[in-house]
Design a protein around this ligand. Structure first.
Ligand code: ZN
Length: 225
């Protein structure tokens, strides 16, 4: 059930972001306006943006666009084909406690971080250390960190285990050690279960498949030029 309400979001944002307007356009909840990139309390730069809140927010991730044509639509700039901004891997956001997934936190966290990096790129600085890569590589980096595992090969098996609401100790451990879960990653998996719901685990697996597919298409396109 959606509890999204235009007035509530406006009230939540107006102190920090007086230049953003929340509107309901044909049932779509949109936030539009001038977004300040801050360093301490100093405004470094501003971007014209639009954010669309999905009806099931905060259980899915809003879509964000830079609307003045400042940011090129390239992987280097972390934009999707079609121009939406690639803020972060949504499952990372969905694994935060629900109380932290508010509209204000969305603007102060993923949106702010994204446009801060765009400021760096505008003045020719390299992609900052610790920021994720774009595309499939960024998704893999994100999931390795989220799951606390070392190898990309462990990502899908761990998410598959997390798709169950319970796990059995005699199952093979998803880490690939050949041991059973009880003698290996049982505690680790229990900790993950407290943050990553079966629904989010399913979305994460779909995300990897989607990104691998996109990656394959991009490579085909490059090799046919
Ligand atoms: Zn294990």
């Amino acid at each position: 059930m959606s509890t999204l309400n235009v007035e509530d979001i406006q009230r939540e944002l107006e102190y920090h972001y007086p230049d953003l307007r929340v509107i309901n356009e044909d049932g779509r909840i949109l936030v539009r306006g001038s977004f300040p990139v801050l360093h301490d309390a100093f405004v470094l730069d501003r971007f014209q943006i639009q954010v669309e809140f999905p009806p099931d927010f905060p259980d899915s991730f809003p879509k964000t666009w830079e609307t003045a044509g400042r940011i090129a639509f390239t992987g280097e700039r972390h934009t999707f084909i079609g121009g939406a901004s690639c803020l972060q891997v949504p499952e990372e956001w969905l694994s935060l406690p629900r109380s932290e997934r508010t509209p204000l936190h969305f603007f102060q966290g993923p949106v702010h971080n994204y446009f801060l990096v765009q400021c760096f790129l505008d003045i020719g600085l390299p992609w900052p250390h610790g920021e994720r890569s774009h595309g499939v590589l960024g998704v893999i980096e994100s999931f390795l960190e989220l799951l606390g595992v070392d190898s990309p090969n462990q990502i899908v098996p761990f998410f598959k285990a997390l798709q169950h609401t319970w796990i059995k100790g005699h199952w093979d451990c998803p880490c690939g050690s050949g041991k059973i879960i009880r003698q290996c990653h049982q505690e680790h998996i229990r900790n993950l279960q407290s943050r990553i719901t079966p629904d989010v685990a399913g979305k994460a697996i779909a995300r990897i498949i989607e990104q691998l597919e996109l990656h394959r298409k991009e490579q085909e396109r490059e090799s046919s030029v």
